[in-house]
Every structure is written in C-alpha cells, then in structure tokens.
Design a protein. Structure first.
Length: 314
C-alpha cells in the first residue's frame, strides 16, 4: 500500500473505526477519507455510488455497522439484518464497480455457531445453529464475509475479511444499559469508588471465560492484514488467551482503586461458559498482539477519566 493512497474508513467514529484510523496514521498513511452517517448514509445505494464515483478510494475498510446489545437485537432483528445487509451490499458492490484495490470487511464473534468447539477456528463458520438472541445481526455479518469471498472468487477482487474477538479501549461504550462487560466493570467500580460504596454487585458467578483484545492492537492487525494478506478465508483476530470474569473483575477493581467488596449475584445469568478464538492462522501470517490485558485496562481507565462524564453515560 502506498503511503499516499486514498483509504476510505467506513465507521470511523466507532470503537473499531477510530482505532483503525489511528493505526493507519501511525503507520504513515496520509490520505484517509471519512464520512459521518449524516454526511453519507451507507444504506442509500445511490448515495454510496455517488460517493465512490467522486472520491475513487484506492482502499476501503468496512467497519461501519448497526450494532446493539442483546435486548436491541431481540427487539429489532429485522432492523439489524436489513440495515447491516444494505451497508455491506452497497459498499462491497461499489468497491467492485469502482475497482478498489483492496477491501477489508470486519465481522463479529456472533458469526460462529452457538456450540462451536473451543477455541473457535475459522473453519467453524456455518457448521451449526447460531445464538438466537442476535441471529439477524449474525446472518448479515456472515453474508458480508461470504460476499467478499465470492467477489474474490468470481471477479478476482482483493476483498478480505477479519473476525475480531471482544474489544475494548478508547471510544468504548460505558452506558450500563448496553455496554459490554469490561467497560461496564470500569464504570461500576469507578462509580462505587466515587460514592465510597462498600460493595459492587456483579451478575452471575464470575466463572465464564472470555478473551479480550485492546482495540489499537486489533487495528494494528487490520493494517497488517491489508498489507500482507489476500486469502479467501476470513482471519480471526485475538490473543488466544482467556480469563474468567471473576479474575477480570479483580484486575479492574485493583486498577480503579475500589476498596470495597464484590458481591456476585448468582441468580443472574452467566451467559456462554466459554468464547475463545483460535488465532493460529493470524500468528502464522506473522502478527501477534503487543498490549497486555492489565496495561490495556489501565489505558482504557485513563481514557475514561479524561472524558466528559455525562457524555460517556449516554
């Protein structure tokens, strides 16, 4: 990739997209194109075609998506499959029509079957039923992966896909109604510390195992794949390491400086017992994460403290 090549990052304001922009800039790429949703509605095919015709990007990173928590996915499954399918179809087809040199599409961990063997390899895709709570979103993401594969197979387009594990870092979501576990822990412990509360209640038993990757490491892997990978199969991006929610909570508690006790509410659900990515393919391509979990949590907490508190909680 030429350092002055025009690179369009779709979804540049989100957790993933903003990290990819930072990583590209750090690597010396100087011509990054961005559009907010109000400037370019990716579900509008005519608008997407007009954008590609005008800008003619050399490379595209498709990190834009309509996302939400379990409640939103269960309540609005038609919205999740429709909006995400439209975004992907419009951008991928335009990238083909306007001869983009390379496109990177980002998937989601929900693409794998609910009961996929652990750790999950890329070959587990489409081998069993999906988790029903976010099936609409998962099917849309699977369609995006397959579109990239088939455009490569039929037309020779250099369209690749990756599948990141659980991510955290700057621009994370700290709203307790729909945030993921790590930012939720940071928020809960920080709130309790400020209130001088004696305890923090956490859901479940703390036994489930999860894998976490600092978002700037994920972005670094994406840039590495753009520069070094052109295979048909998607690539898992993760650490290949897991930690129990209980041990994770203890680390966050220590970093935040909360001195009270953790109370586990075992009446609440634990969720999937284990969700680990097999990242041997990525390691064989030549990339490995750099940020340890403890250092990453410390950096995310420092970022959290530097933000406007009311904005974070929206």
């Amino acid at each position: 990739m030429e350092k002055n090549a025009k690179i369009y990052v779709a979804g540049h304001r989100g957790l993933v997209g903003s990290a990819i922009v930072r990583s590209l800039e750090k690597a010396g790429y100087t011509n990054i194109v961005k559009r907010t949703h109000s400037e370019l509605d990716l579900t509008n095919q005519a608008a997407v075609v007009e954008f590609f015709e005008k800008e003619r990007p050399d490379y595209v990173v498709l990190a834009a998506a309509h996302v939400g928590g379990i409640n939103a996915n269960q309540t609005y499954p038609a919205d999740f499959i429709y909006i995400n399918s439209m975004i992907q179809c419009n951008v991928i087809k335009a990238a083909h029509d306007f001869k983009v040199k390379k496109l990177l599409f980002l998937g989601s961990s929900c693409i794998y079957p609910k009961m996929a063997p652990q750790p999950m390899t890329e070959d587990a895709l489409l081998t069993g039923p999906l988790e029903t709570t976010n099936e609409g979103y998962a099917i849309a993401k699977i369609a995006g992966l397959e579109m990239c594969k088939f455009f490569k197979r039929q037309y020779g387009d250099d369209f690749i896909s990756c599948m990141p594990t659980n991510l955290y870092g700057p621009n994370d979501n700290f709203n307790l109604q729909n945030s993921h576990v790590l930012p939720a822990l940071i928020r809960k412990f920080d709130d309790a510390k400020k209130a001088d509360a004696p305890t923090v209640e956490l859901w479940g038993t703390g036994k489930p195992l999860r894998e976490f990757l600092y978002v700037d490491d994920m972005a670094d892997a994406c840039v590495y794949l753009l520069e070094n990978y052109s295979g048909e199969q998607h690539v898992n991006i993760g650490t290949g390491k897991e930690i129990s929610i209980k041990d994770l909570a203890e680390i966050v508690k220590e970093i935040v400086g909360f001195k009270g006790e953790i109370v586990w509410n075992s009446d609440m659900p634990d969720g999937t017992p284990r969700k680990l990515m097999d990242v041997s393919k990525l390691h064989n391509i030549g990339w490995k994460e750099k940020v340890s979990l403890r250092d990453g949590i410390r950096m995310e907490y420092e970022w959290y403290l530097a933000q406007d508190e009311e904005e974070l909680k929206k």
